[in-house]
Design a protein around this ligand. Structure first.
Ligand code: SAM
Length: 277
């Protein structure tokens, strides 16, 4: 018998995948968690019915949330990842030879435990000696730090439940204080097709706090609409001023020196969205 998994991504749109087996279904202290093996995308981490990552297309999201900021900063040493309990963003950050320390601040211990067990190709960086895993609310962690990080990566779930505050202006102000004087941060900011208002409000908030604000896009098949946005706030360095020749060769499948700048070339409807900010 064929079994299919459907994520209802919006009240009107969904994504459906043929499954091989369901490996985990559990209710954690924070959310409903499932790991499903699918034919097309391999193993898939699902939280509250929403696909977070899959073995086959995770490289796009994890490379793009990490390498754009880490190659914009000329010498990133200390990095904080907020959320990101699957470990993919940590794995990518550790590819940078300058990085000495990565804090992974995940609210839900069960996401890390299940990712370590069922998604080893994504979570492999979590056992690296340069990585420290903390089970804490990222809002609280960032508020406890000042002048501490070169780069902060906000690898969060959708803005519901404990992740709601990760999309707020207060949180971005708190990140500003937690960053060193030339630090920068990136947040995943959802789909320009389905979350236009959220993108506009996040971009406007970051622009009021950081001297450099930039939005870029990447194509992620399992995320709603397939087109995903990331918003960067920086105290000093501009990703558009990076010398592509100086970008180190690292092992990637999506990110490249050419991609570094081209992803900031926005379709007209996305540009229009940001114009009023
Ligand atoms: N790539 C994903 C996406 O965009 O769909 C995000 C994946 S990652 C699994 C998101 C993680 O953020 C979840 O494991 C969730 O538990 C964590 N999270 C949500 N709110 C948080 C908070 N306030 N502090 C720390 N972690 C949080």
């Amino acid at each position: 018998m064929e079994l299919w998994y459907t994520e209802k991504q919006t009240p009107n749109v969904g994504i459906t995948c043929k499954t091989i087996s369901t490996l985990v279904v559990e209710k954690t202290n924070y959310q409903e968690l499932a790991i499903i093996d699918t034919v097309q995308y391999g193993r898939m981490l699902v939280l509250n019915g929403m696909v977070q990552t899959t073995v086959k297309d995770e490289f796009v999201y994890h490379e793009m949330i990490t390498h754009i900021p880490l190659f914009t900063h000329p010498n990133p040493k200390t990095v904080a990842v907020i959320g990101g309990g699957d470990g993919g963003t940590v794995r990518e950050a550790l590819k940078h030879p300058s990085v000495e320390k990565v804090y992974l601040v995940e609210i839900d211990e069960r996401v890390v435990e299940n990712s370590k067990r069922y998604l080893p190709e994504i979570s492999c960086g979590l056992s690296d000696p340069r990585c420290e895993v903390l089970f804490q609310d990222g809002i609280e962690f960032i508020a406890q730090h000042e002048n501490s990080f070169d780069v902060v990566l906000v690898d969060s779930t959708e803005p519901i439940g404990p992740a709601t505050g990760l999309f707020s202006k207060d949180f971005y102000s708190s990140i500003y204080r937690a960053l060193k004087e030339d630090g920068l941060f990136v947040a995943q900011t959802e789909s320009p097709f389905f979350n236009a208002e959220l993108i506009r409000s996040v971009y406007a908030s970051i622009k009021q706090i950081f001297p450099v604000t930039r939005l870029y896009l990447a194509s992620i098949p399992t995320y709603p609409s397939g087109l995903w946005s990331f918003t960067l706030g920086s105290k000093r360095y501009d990703p558009l001023e990076v010398d592509e020749e100086k970008i180190l060769e690292i092992d990637t499948k999506y990110y490249s020196p050419e991609i570094h700048k081209s992803v900031f070339k926005l379709p007209r409807f996305v540009k229009n969205l940001l114009e009023s900010c």
